[in-house]
Design a protein around this ligand. Structure first.
Ligand code: FNR
Length: 205
């Protein structure tokens, strides 16, 4: 059985993205287990705190959960046509120290989806994640896309997904992502060969 850890990038109690993650967990194929995580408890990244105290416990705990999962699902809101700061902040902490990046993120299959009450469906936010996915040496799955727009109309007041069409699309996404993970099980995965994202670039003129 493969495990997918899903992280919703909103702190809001009534978050559509957290609701989407819960629905994804329910509609995932029985062959995989979904570990539903959140970014709650992760402080703002501060290099001085890291130097003095190391990585905060909430970050260490989540790093361990990601490292022991077979795939990572980011369920992202969109703020000002990009990644919400709180979510990026969490991933930034999770990428510390750089020596751990390969173990936590390297070649790990990643899927991205998101929900918004507006029309855009988080297209721009999901696209904005791609350089981060590359920097961390992850293995993105592009087999399906899920840009959930008009989110207020597809969940009930308790945050349960009630729209049958969205349920079908979400189930198809989770089936495809689970199959991708299975096809790249960790034993088949080679080290990502990623370099520290802060390492020097090669400039040609
Ligand atoms: C938003 N929202 C938003 N929506 C969108 O589709 N495109 C955008 O660029 C933005 N920009 C934006 C900026 C800021 C600062 C906020 C607070 C909100 C609306 C956003 O999609 C909405 O608040 C969602 O409900 C956020 O996701 P959760 O918290 O429901 O998961």
């Amino acid at each position: 059985m493969n495990t997918i850890i899903g992280i919703a990038g909103s702190l809001r109690k009534a978050s559509y993205n957290a609701a989407l993650l819960r629905a994804a967990a329910e509609l995932a194929p029985p062959s995989c287990r979904i570990d539903v995580a959140s970014i709650r408890g992760i402080p703002l990244y501060d290099g001085d705190i890291e130097a003095a105290e190391g990585v905060p416990p909430a970050v260490t705990e989540l790093k361990g959960r990601i490292a022991s999962a077979d795939g990572l699902l980011l369920v992202t809101p969109e703020y000002n046509n990009s990644i919400p700061g709180v979510f990026k902040n969490a991933i930034d902490w999770l990428s510390r120290p750089p020596d751990d990046i390969d173990q936590v993120f390297g070649n790990r299959p990643i899927g991205i989806m998101g929900a918004t009450p507006g029309m855009g469906g988080t297209r721009l936010s999901q696209t904005a994640w791609l350089p981060v996915v590359r920097a961390l040496g992850m293995s993105p799955w592009f087999g399906e896309t899920l840009f959930l727009s008009n989110a207020s109309q597809v969940f009930d007041r308790t945050g349960v997904l009630v729209d049958e069409k969205v349920k079908r699309l979400l189930a198809a996404y989770m089936n495809g992502f689970a199959a991708f993970i299975k096809s790249t099980t960790r034993s088949n995965r080679s080290p990502s060969g990623r370099r520290d994202p802060s390492s020097t670039s090669l400039h040609t003129s």
